[in-house]
Design a protein around this ligand. Structure first.
Ligand code: FAD
Length: 282
């Protein structure tokens, strides 16, 4: 049987223009370069790109041809992708910002961002995206540091009179950053302390939020948060699935490659559990 050709993805190049420390765990990198002018119109607030990184031990650096490398190197040396939200893109200046969580020495993208210097370059695919706040809805936005860029972008898009409950988990008060809020925004910073990722956030949402008929929900971040809040939303409150954007952006102890290759299976398992719980409750 002949192998199906891999779909050709547009690969673009971006150059670091400047970096800015937003908090002890978040660094903003502003990129430029001629390829950015060709980005399509960005209609969502959770647009993301897939950044390309050579894995540890690779003998090449950007710019590289992924297909050429896949044909000439063993699989463990093929480029890997890391997914990041476009925090903002200014078409007039051609500048694009990404806010990276700096989470220690593990991984590729976090350490790369922590050490990035003007002139550094990387390649990326995308953008993808799926969510934008409905101007007519009441909102729940909940997430950890990895979802903070998408939450910040959503808040900036909302009409001034939009009602929004916003729960963001960070390590402690020193990790809070300014967000655009209005009189109708309830912003709750949840401090994780030494607890596992997502636990305090899920508890805060459970205690302090109840759905309304016009609720639109955006919940992203650590996979454990998502597991708990899916049950809360879909089983305990029977919130309509079409009003909800919920997924794990990352998983404790998993590289993104491993997380992405197991994510669908976990989501299907959670859906089966939710169906059983719904049947049991009816
Ligand atoms: C649609 C989407 C949008 C995203 N947007 C952003 C964004 O704007 N900013 C952002 O920072 N992240 C974002 N993420 C999450 C990001 O892709 C992952 O955190 C990714 O694993 C980071 O890659 P890495 O190379 O640094 O670490 P990896 O090599 O993937 O993982 C190495 C280790 O670090 C741990 N780790 C990974 N991420 C974190 C974290 N956030 N906190 C603590 N430990 C971690 C892993 O569990 C693993 O043990 C997004 C993910 C998705 C799916």
């Amino acid at each position: 049987m002949s192998e199906r050709p891999r779909p050709q993805r547009v690969v673009r190049s971006a150059t670091v223009l400047r970096t800015e420390t937003l908090s002890p765990s978040l660094v903003r990198i502003v990129f430029g370069g001629p390829d950015l002018a060709a980005l399509p119109e960005l209609t969502y607030t959770d647009h993301y790109v897939k950044l390309l990184f050579p894995p540890a031990g690779a003998d090449y650096a950007w710019p590289f041809d992924t297909e050429e490398i896949r044909g000439s190197r063993p699989a463990q040396l093929w480029p890997v992708t890391r997914t990041y939200t476009i925090r903002w893109f200014d078409r007039d200046t051609g500048e694009l910002a990404i806010d990276f969580v700096v989470h220690g020495d593990a991984g590729l993208a976090g350490p790369w961002a922590a050490n990035a210097q003007p002139g550094d370059m990387l390649g990326f695919n995308g953008p993808g995206g799926a969510y934008a706040p409905d101007p007519e809805a009441s909102h729940l936005l909940a997430g950890d540091e990895a979802a903070l860029p998408a939450i910040a972008a959503a808040l900036e898009r909302m009409p001034a009179d939009a009602q929004a409950d916003v729960f963001v988990e960070v390590a402690d008060a020193a990790h809070e950053i300014p967000l655009r809020v209005t009189e109708r925004t309830r912003l709750v910073w949840v401090h994780r302390g030494d607890a596992p990722y997502g636990l305090a956030l899920a508890q805060a949402v459970r205690r302090q939020w109840t759905p309304r008929a016009d609720s639109q929900v955006f919940v992203h971040g650590n996979a454990e948060l998502v597991r708990d809040l899916r049950r809360f939303l879909f089983v305990e409150h029977k919130v309509e699935r079409k009003a909800v954007s919920i997924s794990g952006y990352w998983r404790t102890g998993f590289t993104e490659d491993r997380w992405q290759s197991t994510k669908r299976e976990l989501a299907e398992q959670m859906e089966r559990e939710e169906q059983v719980q719904l049947l049991g409750a009816s």
